[in-house]
Write a protein that binds this ligand. Structure first.
Ligand code: SAH
Length: 213
């Protein structure tokens, strides 16, 4: 897959755009500057790959807006070697950003077609997360606990099962709300039954749905 000078130039501009919008974590900006977003998009949309916008990726889903990906990643405070559960593999773009930051990623997708497509693409690109086809509401109890949990779909409520799979000292980032919009929420696990919740503005995600398809 080609990553041309033109792509690299557009990516540099994209990094400048999201930095202007308020992302300050250099490691996150570097990761956005590294991952070739155009390779995650259907061919018809490639020319839009480096606009700061969400786009359709098939199966009625979207690749998140780069600013949103950067915002969630910054809020997650990713450290090298963090064990991260991502709910909603989608295109695999967010997953690749987490891998660029040196995390070990477990990613779940409920739509079989997307799971297969993204698994093949990421393998081809040399990214190596653990892929799961299933319902993210259930998490991955076998591999728990996780340092971080990142939900990339709008959850009507905070998924309680996932809180149980978070390490003490760990953080979950989840957009909470129904179809129309969600509040970006960070939850820190301070103790067995001690959670601290903070809110970080409004976003718009496709819904987190139950079961698999
Ligand atoms: N992280 C993705 C964003 C994709 S949009 C990216 O970078 O492209 C959100 C994704 O969450 C969709 O692919 C949707 O199918 C998936 N999803 C929704 N509910 C889910 C659930 N309960 N478990 C796993 N994936 C889910």
């Amino acid at each position: 897959m080609i990553d041309s000078y033109r792509h690299k130039g557009l990516r540099k501009k994209l990094v400048e755009t999201i930095a202007e919008k308020g992302i300050t974590d250099m490691k996150v900006l570097e990761a956005i500057g590294k991952v070739p977003r155009h390779q995650f998009m259907d061919s018809g949309f490639i020319e839009f790959a480096y606009r700061d916008q969400a786009f359709p990726i098939g199966s009625e889903q979207t690749i998140s807006q780069p600013y949103t990906v950067a915002f969630q990643t910054e809020l997650l405070n990713v450290q090298k070697h963090d064990k991260i559960l991502e709910v909603g593999t989608g295109s695999g773009y967010q997953c690749s950003i987490l891998l660029e930051l040196g995390a070990k990623v477990y990613t779940i997708e409920r739509q079989r077609e997307l799971y297969l497509k993204s698994r093949a693409l990421l393998n081809k690109m040399g990214y190596k997360p653990y892929f799961f086809y299933g319902d993210g509401y259930l998490g991955q109890p076998k591999f728990a606990p996780f340092d971080k949990i990142l939900i990339t779909a709008g959850a009507p409520d905070i998924p309680q099962e996932l809180l149980k799979q978070l390490k003490i000292g760990g953080r979950m980032v989840v957009p909470v709300g129904d179809g129309s919009g969600q509040v970006m929420t960070a939850i820190d696990r301070l103790g067995d039954d001690d959670f601290k919740q903070t809110e970080h503005g409004y976003f718009s995600f496709v819904p987190m749905l139950k079961g698999k398809q």
